[in-house]
Design a protein around this ligand. Structure first.
Ligand code: ADP
Ligand code: MG
Length: 255
């Protein structure tokens, strides 16, 4: 169990109260300071992996472990996972009608302070506006309900704003590139790159190579049918783009 990584070991998970198995012995380690990418065909279980780590109640872990700097992530409640430094940017972000973006972020930040300590509202707003500017998010989104009625691209940017404000130890971005045009993609990548640090690890999930031109990963994994089937350097993403996913899945199929 590493004290300095997000470590997923032999993870098996499926849909609660069903015999649907999705993750079938997945093993992966993201050391602090590194950016890992997972690529894979639709339906391979990428979103399930991210939701299992975040504690989504739709899924049940039947075997294996996930540890974050040595701490058992799966033993924690959803909110505890977040406070412990885990962050997931959803492929399909949730809408929270009636809760403004600013209040949501403020409550999340407040929850991370030691008991009895109050958030500095002036400093909080200043920081939030700076980060919104960095991501090209208009100020009017401050008072709007979280993701409610946002376009696909606005939701994705808003997820990255949450990440910038929460400063997690490990962040998983599930297809953050989908629904973004090239300019928005570059802005989002800039936001992520600004957060890269020796104290933080990233798992970037994407179906397309394009995002990885802007967020250059240290390691690329290919996922198929609930497992990591190939791992390589950043060039693996280019090879996949060129040859398609069949190339890896065929190579692995027993003759
Ligand atoms: P990916 O993100 O790689 O496209 P997903 O993790 O979303 O894949 O889904 C993996 C597989 O599991 C898909 O075949 C999907 O239909 C199935 N699946 C995911 N969640 C459920 C669910 N709640 N009920 C039934 N099947 C599910
Ligand atoms: Mg998905």
């Amino acid at each position: 169990m590493s004290k300095n990584s997000l470590q997923i070991t032999n993870l098996h998970a499926g849909v609660v109260d069903s015999d649907i198995q999705i993750l079938k012995g997945l093993t992966l380690e993201i050391p602090k300071g590194e950016v890992h990418a997972i690529m894979g065909p639709n339906g391979s279980g990428k979103s399930t992996l991210s939701k299992v780590m975040a504690g989504h109640e739709e899924y049940e872990v039947t075997e294996g472990t996930v540890t974050m700097d040595g701490e058992d992530l799966l033993a924690l409640e959803i909110d505890e996972r977040s406070r412990a430094g885990f962050f997931l940017a959803f492929q399909y972000p949730h809408e929270i009608p009636g809760v403004s973006n600013a209040n949501f972020l403020r409550a999340a930040r407040q929850a991370r302070l030691p008991k009895g300590e109050e958030i500095d509202a002036v400093a909080f707003y200043k920081e939030m506006y700076e980060k919104m500017d960095l991501l090209g998010i208009d100020r009017k989104f401050t008072g709007r309900s979280v993701n409610d009625g946002f376009s696909g691209g606005e939701k994705k940017r808003n997820e990255i704003l949450q990440m910038l404000m929460l400063e997690p130890k490990y962040a998983v971005l599930d297809e953050t590139d989908s629904g973004l045009d090239i300019d928005a993609l570059k802005i989002v990548a800039e936001g992520v790159n600004a957060m890269r640090s020796p104290d933080r690890g990233f798992l970037v999930i994407t179906h397309y190579q394009r995002l990885l031109d802007y967020i250059v990963p240290d390691v690329v994994h290919v996922m198929a049918d609930g497992q990591i089937v190939k791992t390589g350097g950043k060039d693996l993403a280019l090879e996949l783009e060129e040859k398609g996913y069949d190339w890896v899945t065929k190579e692995l199929a027993p003759a």
